[in-house]
Design a protein around this ligand. Structure first.
Ligand SMILES: C[S@@+](CC[C@H](N)C(=O)[O-])C[C@H]1O[C@@H](n2cnc3c(N)ncnc32)[C@H](O)[C@@H]1O
Length: 454
């Protein structure tokens, strides 16, 4: 989903104007002059000895051809990329098209402001918060979102929509350069407890997207729900857990990032998914239907701390950061009281930077240090200095201390709840990602069992 310089995605079909060969040159010049031509695709032969010249989908409403240029609007299936488009990466194409658009106003400041990476969700490109911030974009970026544009104006193109929604010229250019139809820009995730993203739709009419991840189809509205690509390692790990026949409670289900892997890949018999954000609930509902597992999941809409369940779960997922602590009492309550189960506890742990060790300490560590023996995950994360490293290689004592303190707290909660001793043991500690400088998102797999009387 994260896209940078991947080759340009080829859409299934693009609009084009079909005309007789003798009019082709004239038509091409006209389309280029009016900036309607879609130079990303090659001209193609179409039945009837005619040729079709690709035109920009978003400019269809502006087509107003002179009557001496007879042509017909057609769709080219599986268009062939032009030679220029094949040579160029999307990032380069974006820069080139914007430079063309700005002409003499182009500057180094604008060049620096053009993004090199974005997220792609089908035909929607999600830009990062810090892209297109320079003041010069302002006037170009002010679109007429939602306003009806020109009515049907071309007698040769009966397929033209009578009413077309115009975006701004800037966002249309961005979409066209990146082979997309919709553009949105990310803001900060709101600190409202619902992880609401402040995403603004810049071009297009709605933010619903579909995204396939590890064979699971997720659908959600990017302007209303958060998607965490950084949690992919944890989603894969959940998918591989042995949950056959189990009842799982997902206390912070969101759009189903973990609920779906539990159901689709891990073999869970049933999942109770709790979520209080109505937009996420809607997305979760649609995602369960899309994957054919709606009948194995009950959505509990509301505050999971008030969940009216007890003594029924083999496994509880607590996927809330910075801390899922508020959910610990309910997690203990829903675990089966006779057999117990496993909790997956997410938490952000602060990890102060480690000073670079002197050479002789490194040599000692190579002979077998506590770090080398510690249970870190295999996940990779961006190092705080910007490079990549294996999280396991820098397993920190703070993580172990947090895991042990959590195991002790849960042990106490279970004993208090049931009035008899339980055991808790650390099965695994997974480092999901570096969340912020010196803050790591960890998941503790904690096995909790009632201690049987002798
Ligand atoms: C981090 S997000 C999505 C989680 C998903 N598990 C992930 O990590 O990608 C956490 C979700 O928990 C929901 N949430 C937070 N507190 C909640 C509560 N007390 N009851 C129900 N849902 C809650 C939020 O609305 C949000 O959708």
């Amino acid at each position: 989903m994260e896209a940078t310089d991947d080759p340009m995605p080829v859409p299934i079909c693009v609009p084009a104007l079909a005309t007789e060969r003798r009019f082709a040159q004239h038509l091409r010049e006209y389309l280029e002059q009016e900036r309607l031509s879609d130079g990303r695709y090659q001209l193609q032969r179409v039945p009837g000895g005619r040729v079709a010249l690709p035109v920009l989908e978003e400019k269809l409403s502006q087509l107003c051809l002179p009557p001496e240029m007879p042509c017909e609007l057609v769709r080219i299936q599986c268009p062939v990329l032009s030679r220029a488009a094949r040579r160029c990466t999307p990032a380069q194409r974006l820069r080139d098209e914007l430079r063309l658009l700005l002409g003499a106003s182009w500057s180094e400041e604008l060049e620096r402001d053009v993004p090199h990476a974005w997220q792609r969700h089908g035909d929607l490109v999600l830009l990062s918060q810090d892209s297109f911030k320079a003041a010069a974009w302002e006037s170009l970026g002010k679109g007429q979102q939602g306003l009806p544009c020109r009515p049907r104006c071309c007698p040769h193109c009966p397929d033209l929509p009578g009413c077309y929604v115009a975006g701004s010229v800037l966002w249309e250019t961005v979409a066209s350069a990146l082979g997309a139809r919709r553009v949105a820009r990310r803001g900060r995730v709101m600190p409202d407890g619902m992880r609401t993203p402040s995403v603004t739709l810049l071009l297009g009419q709605h933010g619903w997207v579909e995204h396939v991840d590890n064979g699971i189809r997720y659908t959600f509205d990017v302007t209303k729900c958060m998607f965490s690509p950084g949690n992919i390692t944890e989603k894969l790990r959940v998918a591989s857990l042995p949950c056959s026949g189990e009842v799982v409670v997902d206390l912070y289900a969101g759009i189903g990032y973990f609920t779906l892997p539990f159901l689709v890949h891990a073999g869970a018999a049933f999942v109770h998914a709790c979520e209080w954000n109505s937009h996420a609930v809607e997305a979760l509902h649609r995602t369960l239907l899309l994957n054919g597992v709606r009948d194995r999941c009950r959505i509990h809409t509301g505050d999971s701390r008030q969940l009216q369940l007890q003594d029924m779960a083999d496994r509880v997922n607590l996927g809330l950061i910075p801390s899922s602590e508020q959910g610990w009492p309910v997690a203990c309550r829903v675990l089966k009281k006779d057999t117990g189960g496993v909790l997956h506890i997410h938490h952000n742990v602060e990890t102060p930077p480690v000073p670079a060790p002197p050479q002789n300490v490194v040599l000692l560590a190579e002979q077998g240090s506590a770090e080398a023996a510690s249970p870190g995950g295999e996940a990779r994360h961006p190092a705080e200095d910007g490079g990549e490293e294996t999280l396991g290689a820098r397993f920190r004592p703070e993580w172990q201390r947090w895991a042990e303190a959590t195991a002790t707290r849960i042990w106490g909660l279970l004993a208090e709840l049931h009035g008899r001793p339980w055991s808790t043991s650390i099965l695994h500690l997974e480092a999901v990602k570096s969340y912020a400088p010196h803050v790591h998102h960890l998941v503790l797999d904690l096995e909790c069992r009632p201690v049987l009387p002798l």
